[in-house]
Design a protein around this ligand. Structure first.
Ligand SMILES: Nc1ncnc2c1ncn2[C@@H]1O[C@H](COP(=O)(O)OP(=O)(O)OP(=O)(O)O)[C@@H](O)[C@H]1O
Ligand SMILES: [Mg+2]
Length: 258
């Protein structure tokens, strides 16, 4: 069953067409990769799905409900969370606080409740903290709860972003270049983490990634964008040998070993 359906998604920035009539269907609990050379429109595609950009035209359906037009906050509430290509953490906050921030939009407590420190709020905060701890343990950061985010290694910061995204309890998780800056060991751990999340949370994962080894290993379905256009999609073995895909990468001068 498809959980997410994107139909003819176009985004124009002035005279530049960042994505043009891109369509894709994402099956529930699947792992899909969106690949393509730099500037292909991958992040723009995520930005439209998450409500950061409004599409110029096209439709986005989450479980058959139209979600374009929703604000990022409401897209998150509807069940789509993400991480960012350029890590967006609160650098001076602790690891634990970063996850709590990710949770706050979903807590019942309003700002007033927090200001007046109501008992019901204190209970909710306690539970939020327990849940945040659980998520940090899950991504392997339980030892670093009180460390400032800025002091973490690159790989650890990326895992913290994943924990924060999970805090919103998503159905669909979008990862924008999760392995960027990771060493081979961190990338291997990430691969396992993504598999585990899908398995245990029944999560649907869509990732943008340049690491072709990771992409080929992890994806069930791959969508290839080039200059804003979908040039191919299919199983890893189909994509690996697709002449159009090879040409797109050769043309960009960005061939990566796979
Ligand atoms: N806010 C914006 N205003 C104007 N142009 C934009 C904006 N965001 C993206 N673009 C342009 O849209 C095109 C697609 O960019 P996008 O960031 O989606 O590519 P990408 O596939 O994620 O690339 P990369 O692999 O380098 O991250 C690029 O030409 C980019 O300069
Ligand atoms: Mg990008």
């Amino acid at each position: 069953m498809p959980i997410l359906e994107v139909q003819n998604l176009t985004k124009k920035f002035g005279g530049l067409t960042a994505t043009q009539e891109v369509s894709m269907t994402v099956e529930k609990s699947s792992i899909t990769a969106v690949i393509g050379p730099n500037g292909a429109g991958k992040t723009t595609f995520f930005n439209m799905i998450t409500g950061i950009y409004q599409p110029t035209s096209g439709i986005i359906l989450l479980e058959n409900e139209k979600i374009n037009g929703l604000k990022p906050h409401d897209v998150s509430k509807a069940g789509i969370s993400r991480t960012f290509q350029n890590i967006r953490l609160f650098n001076q906050m602790s690891v634990l606080e970063n996850v709590l921030v990710g949770m706050h939009t979903h807590l019942k407590a309003g700002l007033l409740g927090i200001l007046f420190n109501l008992p019901v709020i204190r209970k909710e905060e306690k539970e939020a903290e327990m849940h945040a701890y659980h998520l940090l343990d899950y991504v392997g950061l339980a030892d670093l709860l009180n460390e400032k985010a800025t002091n973490l290694s690159y790989g650890a910061q990326r895992r913290l972003e994943i924990a924060r995204a999970l805090a919103a309890n998503p159905k669909v998780l979008l990862l924008d270049e999760p392995a960027a800056g990771m060493n081979p060991k961190e990338t291997k751990d990430l691969t396992e983490l993504i598999h585990r999340m899908r398995q245990e949370f029944n999560l649907t994962v869509i990732l943008i990634e340049h690491d072709m080894k990771l992409v080929m290993e992890i994806s069930e379905h791959i969508v290839v964008l080039d200059h804003g256009v979908k040039i191919a999609e299919g199983k890893p073995e189909d994509i690996r040998n697709n002449p159009k895909v090879i040409e797109a990468y050769l043309g960009s001068g960005a061939v990566q070993a796979g």
